[in-house]
Every structure is written in C-alpha cells, then in structure tokens.
Design a binder for this molecule. Structure first.
Ligand code: V0D
Length: 252
C-alpha cells in the first residue's frame, strides 16, 4: 500500500519535472469511456462504475486546473446514450445534480466556469435545472472553462449550425460565402479554440460523433485504462506525450 503511494508520488514528481508549464495544451477534450466495463469486471453494478467515474471527473478537473489548462471538455452523455436501459439512463441523469452538490463550492473557489454543450432542451427538466444552476453560479468566473458535453452529438451540432445559417441567410443576416471562422461561431464551442489534445479511455480508438469539426487537427491520445481508473498521472502522461509531438497542421 505505502509502496504504491510512494511510487506514484515519485512518478508525479518526475512528470511535473518533464512537463513544460509554458507549453501545456490550451484545450483538452476527453471521452470518458469504460465505466460500465470497470464495474462489471469487478462484479459490481454498472452504476458503481458511473459513481466512481464522477470521482475521477473531480480529480481530473483539479489536475487540469493545476496544470494551467484553459479549457477542459468532457463527453458525459451522447445523443446515442438514450438507447441504454432506462434504469441506467435514470441513474446517469442524477449525476449532474450530485456533481454540483459536492463540487460547486470548490469550482467557485477555483474560478472555474462551467458550460454545457449539447441539446439542453431535450434533457429532463430537473437535469436541465441542475446544469443551468451550476452554469449560472459560475458564469462570471474567469479561470478554466469546464465544458460538459451532455446530450451531445457532433453531426447534429453541425446540422444545427447549418440550419441556423440558412435561417440567418434568408433573413439577410449572413451574406455571401460562409468561411471556417463564421461556421465555427455557430457551433456549441463558439469562441473557443479547437482542442489541442483528445484523450479517450478504455481502449476504443474512435471519435464516436464527438467534436468532428473541432478535432480536425487535434493530437489523439488513447489508453486502455478505464475511466474510473484514470488518474492525474495518466493526464500528466498524456500532456507530456503531447509536448513530445510535433504539430504541423498539414504543413511541413
Ligand atoms: C458517468 C464518466 C459528471 C461518464 C463520468 C448525465 C459517465 C461520470 C457529469 C456532469 C457522468 C454533467 C453535467 C454537468 C455537471 C456534471 C456527468 C453524466 C455522466 C451524464 F453540468 N459526471 N457525469 N453527467 N458520469
């Protein structure tokens, strides 16, 4: 037990030394995958994996803030996740409120601004209320931006942007050709830089309808670790790996 604690303390020291605080990614996006599998492999109910997953969110938000990350975007619930069994969806829908009950004071203290990306209109009223209250309570914060992707799907985000553009063009509010910058301003992530780094846990190597437009030039980092086991050491490892890469944006 104390041997392991010592090992991870040493590893953290080592990673802290290796990470260049001047070159941390501005925006990290994470697909938090593997909660159910984590639980089932331990003979626990799937909810237990989700519950543990919220603890990981807390640790990773703390670590990201400490590293000086400007924007952290977490994929919490996709538009496809409604197809899960009702009891599991119901449990998941209790998590935003639970999260804010335990984390809101610390988020406020740390000047973190919480935002939602996704189709909030189609969330159960009590979930929308919890998320709105959390966003409202942190709206004037000027530190790290913490985006929760909730009822989010990237293709429908893009179609929503297209349809809003059509409407505004018909009303004469958009004229001529639409460029990339204008198009980006119609996405949920309007005004934010694209992710520099995408992390996906639990061994899947897919984008799964997450930020398709915004991830065009992002570095991708995959790990077999399940989300409940993902720790600040893994986040630091990903940031260090990112710093070792040479980003070219299609150029030489
Ligand atoms: C379960 C792992 C925080 C992924 C993380 C409704 C699956 C824990 C939130 C959250 C979930 C969402 C919005 C918000 C504040 C917190 C959350 C869901 C699932 C789905 F404003 N964790 N978390 N939401 N899990």
């Amino acid at each position: 037990m104390w041997g392991l604690v010592l090992d991870s303390t040493i590893r953290e020291k080592e990673l802290t030394r290796k990470i260049d605080p001047e070159k941390v990614p501005r925006h990290i996006a994470i697909i938090m995958d593997g909660n159910g599998r984590w639980a089932v492999e331990r003979g626990l109910p799937r909810q237990e994996g989700h519950r543990q997953g919220v603890e990981t969110v807390r640790d990773i938000v703390r670590c990201a803030e400490k590293l000086g990350i400007s924007i952290l975007t977490l994929f919490a619930f996709s538009t496809e996740n409604w197809q899960r069994p009702a009891w599991e969806v119901n449990y998941l829908m209790s998590l935003p409120e639970k999260y804010f009950q335990s984390e809101l004071p610390e988020l406020i203290r740390k000047n973190v601004q919480v935002r939602l990306i996704g189709d909030a209109a189609r969330l159960p009223r009590k979930v929308r209320k919890a998320v709105e209250d959390g966003s409202e309570a942190t709206r004037d914060n000027t530190g790290m931006i913490l985006n929760f992707a909730l009822n989010y799907g990237s293709r429908s985000e893009i179609l929503r942007a297209v349809n809003n553009l059509i409407k505004e063009a018909a009303a004469g509010k958009v004229k001529g050709q639409v460029d990339e910058k204008t198009f980006s301003s119609y996405l949920y992530t309007a005004g934010l830089p694209d992710p520099d780094l995408l992390i996906r846990t639990s061994g899947e190597k897919r984008i799964s309808n997450f930020l398709l437009w915004q991830l065009a030039y992002s570095e991708l980092w995959f790990t077999n670790v399940y989300w409940p086991d993902f720790s600040k050491l893994h986040l630091m490892e990903a940031v260090h790996d990112y710093q070792m890469r040479k980003r070219r944006f299609g150029k030489l």
